[in-house]
Write a protein that binds this ligand. Structure first.
Ligand code: F6P
Length: 548
């Protein structure tokens, strides 16, 4: 298979970018009153307006041809069939099965995975109801008031983001906390105001070998035993979510308190599995299932809709348009919803761990950019920190705005202002302000002409800066499920076009391995032979500090 960059579809987009670069979005809007209608669609509770992009119908045609060249439908079918699309790890990728509330058949190696999924969902329901209805009691007979989820990466970011996003649906008396960092400060800080007798730990780790998680889980166990004084307490205060039963048992967690999932669930795609247990505990199993239902809606849309009306495909190809042809290195995600505070952080792992790859599935080095740098923060905070650079800086930064029409906390007048700001940012990015407009404004304000000329260059906004507007009625569990699945599929489509394995993550291994060697070196004064002088000197410095 040739690199995608060598295909006529790619070459035609390279030529097309040069033509499009000459167009002005504001002119395109003026020339075509139907532009918004032409470039928008509504699916699964999400209205996507992608009219404020540097595109024409011809662009869309050429982008669709690129997806076809990359054999997107073949890879989509392969995913659904349970083929080992994660080819470097020899694994199927079936997170869609976890939210399969419909008729689809999902198999791995000829075995139906649905009975196992349903059985774990039933156990999650029973357990979360017991805790929420105060039937599951701690060792001293008290009800649980605090859940501490210990996990990192995919075993934390998804549930943490969802719990925050659905905070308006939570019971105030059952608080959920997340601890991920190896820095003991996070665990220590979290436990400061908690009572061991009313705290339940959920230790979440696909492999149950992750250093960060095990270190935190061991310290949490000590904290618990220091107060409850009996090993038998662990069974009432620790549950595990993992694929590795032996390691869970070895850690000392009762296997009856383990919720299993499977190797065909990638860590960053695992919030739909038992890794979502903290979500079920926080908002209840019905709402967790609504989240699954929303994701399932989006799965069906992704699988069934034709490419030109397919929301994940459109978003993915627009990303590729700017990344590979427009030279954009990053993609900003700006939700105008306080509760979506962790959305960009969550997406960073989904997108960057999936598509931050430099070789194709066959191991050939690519000669084009792959995964963009994903970043963002909720508006309006973002407006007052980095929007200056998006509006007037030298870089092209495509931006996704996520905008709920209704707030969960409608304080008088706030939401009108919030929505107005979001719409204004997208409009300003698109329209910009010309030199003529900037000058006219200053003159109208009676500014002396010398001052006007001095200020004009600073007050010009180039505009023509692309954004997508994703509008939802309100961030409900169902809508959130659809939104997350939308981005998951977007990442899949981009990975297919770039020809990379979006489901492995070898890039996190080397650092883990070297940390093991360095840790061993701390026990001796000198580093092992062959260690570079910088690392050796830093190890020595640490050694001295520790023995001071
Ligand atoms: O370090 C990367 C990673 O392997 C992620 O892909 C994964 O989500 C995370 O670590 C946690 O792994 P585990 O769930 O096995 O503890």
């Amino acid at each position: 298979m040739p690199l995608i960059s060598q295909t006529p579809a790619w070459k035609s987009l390279e030529t097309h970018w040069k033509e499009i670069g000459r167009l002005r979005m504001r002119d395109l809007f003026e020339a075509d009153p139907e532009r918004c209608e032409r470039f928008s669609l509504e699916q699964c509770g999400i209205y996507l307006d992608y009219s404020k992009n540097l595109i024409t119908e011809e662009t869309v045609r050429r982008l669709m041809a690129l997806a076809e060249t990359a054999d997107l439908s073949f890879w989509g079918n392969s995913l659904l069939r349970g083929d080992k699309v994660n080819n470097t790890e020899g694994r199927a990728v079936l997170h869609m099965a976890l939210r399969n509330l419909g008729y689809r058949d999902y198999q791995v190696d000829g075995v139906d995975v649905m009975p196992g999924i349903r059985s774990v969902l039933a156990r999650m329901r029973a357990f979360s109801e017991d805790v929420r209805e105060r039937r599951w009691l701690g060792y001293t007979g008290q009800a649980i008031t605090d859940i501490v989820s210990i996990g990192i990466g995919g075993s934390s970011l998804g549930p943490k983001m969802v719990c925050e996003a659905l905070k308006p649906y939570q019971n105030p008396w059952l608080r959920v906390h997340f601890v991920s960092n190896l820095d003991g400060a996070q665990l220590a800080q979290t436990l400061t105001n908690l009572n061991p007798a009313t705290t339940l730990f959920v230790v979440a780790s696909k492999t149950f070998t992750t250093q960060d998680t095990l270190a935190n889980a061991c310290s949490a166990r000590e904290w618990c035993l220091a107060s409850l004084h009996n090993e038998a307490a662990i069974a009432r205060h620790f549950v595990a979510v993992s694929t590795n039963r032996d390691a869970v048992v070895e850690f000392g967690i009762d296997p009856h308190n383990m919720f299993e999932f499977w190797e065909w669930v990638g860590g960053r795609y695992s919030l739909w599995s038992a890794i979502g247990l903290p979500i079920a505990l926080a908002v209840g199993m019905e709402r967790f299932e609504e989240l699954l239902a929303g994701a399932h809606d989006m799965d069906e849309h992704f699988v069934e809709a034709p490419p030109e009306q397919n929301m994940p495909i459109i978003l993915a190809l627009l990303g590729i348009w700017y990344n590979n042809f427009g030279g954009a290195d990053t993609q900003a995600i700006i939700p105008y919803d306080h509760y979506l505070e962790h959305f960009a952080t969550y997406l960073q792992q989904v997108d960057m761990e999936s598509n931050g790859k430099r070789v194709t599935r066959d191991g050939e080095a690519v000669d084009y950019q792959t995964g963009a740098v994903i970043w963002g923060q909720p508006g309006t905070d973002a407006q007052h920190s980095f929007f200056q650079l998006i509006h007037q800086g030298t870089r092209l930064i495509p931006t996704d705005f996520i905008l709920p029409m209704r707030s969960h906390k409608p304080l008088d007048g706030h939401h009108d202002k919030l929505v107005a700001n979001c719409l204004a940012q997208a409009q300003a990015l698109m329209r910009g302000r010309t030199e003529h407009e900037a000058r006219a404004e200053l003159v109208a304000a009676n500014m002396p002409s010398e001052m006007v000329e001095k200020l004009v260059p600073h007050r010009v906004f180039p505009g023509n800066r692309p954004s997508n507007m994703l509008v939802v009625e309100q961030v409900t569990p169902r809508v959130l499920g659809a939104l997350i699945a939308l981005y998951e599929h977007k990442v899949f489509v981009q990975g297919v076009v770039w020809g990379v394995d979006s489901f492995d993550q070898w890039g996190v291994e080397l650092g883990k391995q070297l940390a093991g060697h360095i840790l061993a070196d701390f026990s001796q004064i000198a580093c092992s032979p062959g260690v570079d002088s910088s690392t050796a000197s830093l190890v020595r410095r640490y050694h001295l500090a520790m023995n001071d």
